[in-house]
Design a protein around this ligand. Structure first.
Ligand code: BV8
Ligand code: ZN
Length: 244
């Protein structure tokens, strides 16, 4: 249910804001046809992301993990950014200090044109050598299993942050800097269960930001946001750009 007053208030806050931070999760890509993690379609061959997106799973069975990523790459390769991704690009164009923090690894924000962005869980189109650490873009569909590094023959892995792995320092720094200086913080399409991203809303709140959540459901963050708009991101995010 979206109350006109909530939408109007949020639009006013966004128009007046000198600094805006947006945090997105799988829900923003759901409208592009990318399965979310914890929705009904979050399973693959009866595995959960938490089972496969770990260094232990890769250590134990790199083929199985690469098969899962090949499945996701083939699926994501056919998907386009939706109106919510595009509206966030327009918000970046309008706001002098804008930063986008995404948990999504699908690359759809970049495809839409977002530039001030931290892909805090990595990107499914980037691979990293487990030996020499070099990263490079790889769009092979599928990647031949097991992929090896052109420089040192080391085993390549997805350049993605798995459970139990720490986020890259540069991404944590850019995220906290943005959250602590934002006047308005939008939390879009995330279940708010995975840390440290799940703690980002309260970082912005403590810094005095006005916080709005856009989600189909309520989440653990709903209690601390100023406005909660319930509905699909592709329908609601573009409304934020309409004239007051
Ligand atoms: C870290 C890459 C520490 C994989 C991902 C116990 C054991 C082990 C670890 C932990 C533990 N307890 C806590 C932890 C820490 C752990 C964690 O938080 N676990 C959770 C599960 C409890 N976190 C970590 O391990 C992180 N690292 O803590 O490091 C450390 C420090 C120093 C040194 C060493 C270690 C790393 C977390 C990153 C994991 N990687 N992804 C891949 O994608 O292949 S997380 C994965 O979940 C995705 O990135 C995803 O983005 C993320 C969060 O999920 P959501 O994006 O929120 O998606 P979800 O499906 O859950 O929700 C969708 C939402 O959208 C829903 O709310 C739905 O209502 C809504 N929605 C749906 N459709 C729409 C919509 N909204 C609007 N419109 C729609 N149309
Ligand atoms: Zn190498």
């Amino acid at each position: 249910m979206v109350h006109r007053s909530d939408l109007g208030l949020l639009k006013e806050k966004l128009v007046a804001a000198e600094a805006i931070t947006v945090l997105t999760g799988a829900g923003i890509s759901a409208d592009s046809g990318v399965p979310t993690f914890r929705g009904a379609d979050g399973l693959w061959r009866n595995f959960r992301a938490e089972d496969l997106a770990t260094p232990e799973a890769f250590e134990q069975d790199p083929r199985l993990v690469w098969e899962w990523y090949n499945w996701r790459r083939e699926l994501i390769a056919t998907k386009q950014p939706n109106d919510a991704h595009k509206a966030i690009v327009e918000l970046e164009r309008r706001c002098p200090n804008f930063w986008l923090i995404t948990q999504n690894v699908d690359g759809l924000h970049r495809d839409a044109g977002s530039r001030n962005i931290s892909e805090i869980h990595g990107n499914i189109w980037t691979v990293r050598c487990t030996q020499c650490g070099v990263t490079e873009e790889n769009r092979d569909l599928p990647i031949a299993i097991l992929p090896t590094c052109r420089r040192c023959r080391g085993l390549l892995r997805p350049h993605i942050v798995w459970f139990g792995e720490s986020l890259e320092a540069k991404d944590l720094q850019s995220s906290y800097a943005a959250l602590q200086s934002s006047e308005v913080c939008l939390i879009i399409g995330t279940s708010g269960l995975v840390y440290p991203a799940a703690g980002f809303a309260s970082v912005a709140k403590e810094a005095g930001a006005f916080i709005a959540e856009i989600n189909l459901d309520t989440t653990p963050q709903s209690a601390l946001v100023d406005i909660s708009l319930q509905g699909r991101a592709k329908d609601l995010v573009p409304l934020l750009l309409e004239p007051l």
